[in-house]
Design a protein around this ligand. Structure first.
Ligand code: GRF
Length: 203
């Protein structure tokens, strides 16, 4: 396994539909310097797996035991990732996994963190909470991943209005459009600026 090219390698983790994964697969399909080398899922029924296979990208499915034992870590390390993108991935990564990839794991979250993040805050739960709180705006946060749900350092945020007549579905659609528009660009910037390289001083 692994890659012999000198391109930067992206590994995607996804649990569900994978529309963000799709955008990454499309964006980097013919990129001269960056490639998606694998997509992993905790969910054997995730449509994200099919999306990756459509691009000829290898996939892996794992359970909690494999994640805890370090088996998944080994499999991912074999791909020599420069960036691991959690695109709708619902499980918390174990500390050993997070520590194995300093500044190399990012997540996209469909709210303006630190608002409406944390355990259980995913999918429609996020958008319903935003509507219930009568927020005037919502948006997306792309952030580094640490051992806590949605708490790593923010990299990029983009805002959108919450309309008075919004339902979960209409708000989710508006936010998802932002995700699709910005995730590939932010990933590309991170990989070309070298900001995610542990050798780069962060001060
Ligand atoms: C997105 O809203 C993402 O921010 C969140 O889960 C959703 C995944 O959508 N973490 P998709 O699987 O990429 O279509």
């Amino acid at each position: 396994m692994g890659t012999s090219s000198d391109k930067k390698n992206i590994v995607i983790f996804a649990s569900g539909s994978g529309s963000n994964a799709q955008r990454l697969l499309e964006h980097f399909e013919h990129h001269p310097h960056i490639q998606v080398v694998a997509l992993f899922s905790n969910n054997p029924d995730a449509f994200a797996l099919q999306r990756a296979q459509n691009f000829g990208v290898p996939t892996g499915v794992f359970d909690r035991a494999a994640l805890r034992s370090g088996e998944v870590l080994e499999q991912v390390q074999a791909y020599n990732p420069d960036l691991i993108v959690l695109a709708g991935f619902l499980w918390l990564l174990p500390s050993a996994f997070v520590q194995a990839f300093p500044n190399k794991i990012i997540n996209i979250h469909p709210s303006l963190l630190p608002k409406f993040g944390g355990k259980g805050m995913h999918g429609q739960h996020v958008h319903q909470a935003v509507i219930n709180a009568q927020e005037a705006e919502s948006g997306i946060t792309i952030h580094y991943v640490n051992e806590h749900y949605d708490e790593g350092a923010p990299i990029y945020q983009e805002r959108c209005p919450v309309q008075p007549d919004d339902t979960c579905e209409t708000l989710a659609a508006r936010v998802l459009t932002l995700e699709h528009r910005h995730l590939p660009r932010v990933v590309e910037e991170l990989l070309t600026s070298g900001k995610n390289s542990p050798e780069t001083p962060t001060a």
